[in-house]
Design a binder for this molecule. Structure first.
Ligand code: NAP
Length: 308
C-alpha cells in the first residue's frame, strides 16, 4: 500500500517549512502533484486548482490541504468525494459543523480524514501527559505570547473572520492541553481583544474548569516582542511541571527531564499513514471546540488598530 501518491493544495509557508522536508524523508508518501494558484514545488507537476489536479492525476490517493482554514472545506469535500484520503492542516476548518460534515463524507466514501494537530507531536508532550497522569493537578497556567509581525507577516487571512487571529497559535496550546489533562475542561469565562480594524482577536484570556473544579487559566497574546513564550505550567502534588518551548522541553521542580529535537511533521505523516492503513479517520475537534466556546462566551474588547 505504501508509498501513497500524495498531492498538496496551498503551497505556502507551512508547506515549504515543514511538509516538503517531511514528505521527502517519508517512505510512506510520494509527492506527485500540487494545486496552488501561485506556489509550485520544483520537479512536481503543478496545477492551479484542486479540480484540475484531481482530473489530471487519477493515480492520486491522498491530499494534504494547507491553505488558510476559511478555504479548506470545499477542497476537502471535493477530494473526499473523489475517493481520496485527506490530511487537514490545523485548525481543521472554519467551523465545527463543516468538519463534522467532512467526517461523515469520509465515512460514506470509506476513505480516511486526518485532522492534524502538530503540537501534540512535540517531543515532551507525551512525557508531560504521563507525568500528569501519575499525580494530582492543583492548577494549570498556559502562556502563549508571540510577535505576530515576526511569525505571520502580511498574512491578511489571519485577521479576517474565520482566520482565528491569536487563536491560530493559541489552538496549538489548546491541542496540547486537551491531550495532556486527565479530564475534559471547559471554558467558564473569556475576554477577547479585537483591534478596531480586524475581525479576529489579537489577544485572549480564558478561564476553564473541569468536573473536579481544576482551574486552568490561559493567556494568548500576539503583541509580545523580545522573548517569545509558549509555556504550560502545572502545579501538582508532585511539584511544578513546566512544559516549555511549545512542548519541546519538560522540567519538573526546576530540573530538566526531557528535551529532544522536534519531529512534529514527520510524526504527523506517520500518523496519517497509520490512519489510512487502519481504514479509519482521526478527527478530534476538542481544540476547535474551545475556540468556538471562547467566541460564544467571551467578552469583546476593542483595542488599538493593528498594522503589519
Ligand atoms: P499561507 O502561506 O498564508 O497560505 C498557504 C497557501 O494557501 C498560500 O501560499 C496560498 O497559495 C494559499 N491561499 C492563501 N489564501 C488563499 C485563498 N484565499 N484561497 C485559496 N488558497 C489560498 O499560510 P501558512 O502559514 O502556510 O498556513 C496555512 C495553514 O497552515 C493555516 O491553517 C495555519 O494555521 C497552518 N499552519 C501554519 C504554520 C506556520 O508556521 N505558518 C504552522 C503550522 C500550521 P496560492 O496563492 O499559491 O494558492
Amino acid at each position: 500500500m505504501f508509498p501513497i501518491n500524495l498531492g498538496i493544495v496551498g503551497v505556502g509557508k507551512i508547506v515549504r517549512d515543514q511538509h516538503l522536508p517531511s514528505i521527502a524523508k517519508s517512505a510512506e508518501f510520494n509527492l506527485v502533484a500540487t494545486a496552488s494558484r501561485q506556489g509550485t514545488v520544483e520537479g512536481v507537476p503543478a496545477y492551479k486548482t484542486i479540480e484540475e489536479m484531481l482530473d489530471a492525476v487519477p493515480s492520486l490517493q491522498a491530499v494534504s490541504l494547507c491553505m488558510p482554514p476559511q478555504y479548506r472545506y470545499d477542497a476537502a469535500h471535493k477530494a473526499l468525494s473523489a475517493g481520496k484520503h485527506v490530511f487537514l492542516e490545523k485548525p481543521p476548518g472554519a467551523t465545527l459543523s463543516e468538519v463534522a460534515d467532512l467526517e461523515a463524507t469520509a465515512a460514506a466514501k470509506s476513505v480516511s480524514l486526518f485532522a492534524s494537530w502538530h503540537s501534540r507531536y512535540a517531543p515532551a508532550v507525551e512525557p508531560a501527559r504521563a507525568f500528569l497522569a501519575s499525580t494530582s493537578i492543583k492548577s494549570v497556567e498556559v502562556i502563549w505570547k508571540e510577535d505576530v509581525r515576526h511569525w505571520h507577516p502580511n498574512q491578511a487571512w489571519i485577521w479576517q473572520a474565520g482566520g482565528l487571529g491569536v487563536f491560530d497559535p493559541g489552538i496549538n496550546a489548546l491541542s496540547i492541553v486537551t491531550h495532556i489533562l486527565p479530564r475534559a475542561a471547559f471554558i467558564t469565562s473569556a475576554t477577547l481583544e479585537f483591534p478596531e480594524n480586524c475581525d479576529a482577536p489579537i489577544a485572549a484570556e480564558l478561564h476553564f474548569k473541569d468536573a473536579n473544579d481544576l482551574s486552568v487559566h490561559a493567556v494568548f497574546d500576539w503583541r509580545q516582542t523580545g522573548k517569545q513564550t509558549w509555556d504550560i505550567i502545572a502545579e501538582t502534588e508532585a511539584g511544578t511541571m513546566i512544559l516549555s518551548e511549545g512542548g519541546a522541553k519538560l522540567s519538573i521542580n526546576g530540573e530538566l527531564k526531557f528535551s529532544e529535537p522536534e519531529q512534529e511533521y514527520a510524526s504527523l505523516y506517520s500518523r496519517f499513514a497509520q490512519v489510512i492503513a487502519a481504514g479509519r479517520s482521526d478527527v478530534d475537534l476538542a481544540p476547535l471546540r474551545h475556540v468556538a466556546d471562547a467566541f460564544l462566551l467571551g467578552k469583546r474588547k476593542v483595542v488599538a488598530a493593528f498594522f503589519d
